[in-house]
Design a binder for this molecule. Structure first.
Ligand SMILES: Cc1cc2nc3c(=O)[nH]c(=O)nc-3n(C[C@H](O)[C@H](O)[C@H](O)COP(=O)(O)OP(=O)(O)OC[C@H]3O[C@@H](n4cnc5c(N)ncnc54)[C@H](O)[C@@H]3O)c2cc1C
Length: 73
């Protein structure tokens, strides 16, 4: 068992959310807080390139992300 059992993640951007997924997969509980009370997405879309897709693959969310967007690959 990990020495760390619960983590507070400050910031719910892609880094914080990815960390929450990864820690959750390791059995570590997380609380995630963001200073934006509405936790809005900024902008209207995002272009995702290879390194990000590889990170999504590692996290096990790549096919779900692809299903929500439009892919040229
Ligand atoms: C206009 C624009 C367009 C972009 N387009 C693309 C794109 O098409 N493709 C791409 O790959 N990247 C794009 N980027 C870059 C991408 O948005 C960033 O690389 C990415 O969001 C960084 O993620 P992050 O989790 O590190 O930080 P952020 O997404 O900035 O998330 C940080 C979070 O922490 C919260 N926070 C900050 N300080 C505190 C605090 N003290 N307490 C609590 N919460 C806090 C913030 O509210 C925020 O939700 C774009 C960026 C901008 C500005």
């Amino acid at each position: 068992m990990s020495a760390v059992q619960k983590v507070l993640i400050i910031g719910g951007g892609i880094a914080g959310m990815s960390l929450a997924i990864r820690l959750g997969q390791s059995g570590i509980k997380t609380d995630l807080i963001d200073r934006d009370l509405k936790w809005r997405a900024v902008g209207t879309g995002i272009t995702i390139t290879g390194p990000t897709f590889r990170a999504f693959q590692e996290l096990g969310i790549e096919s779900e992300v692809r299903s929500k967007g439009r892919s040229n690959a």
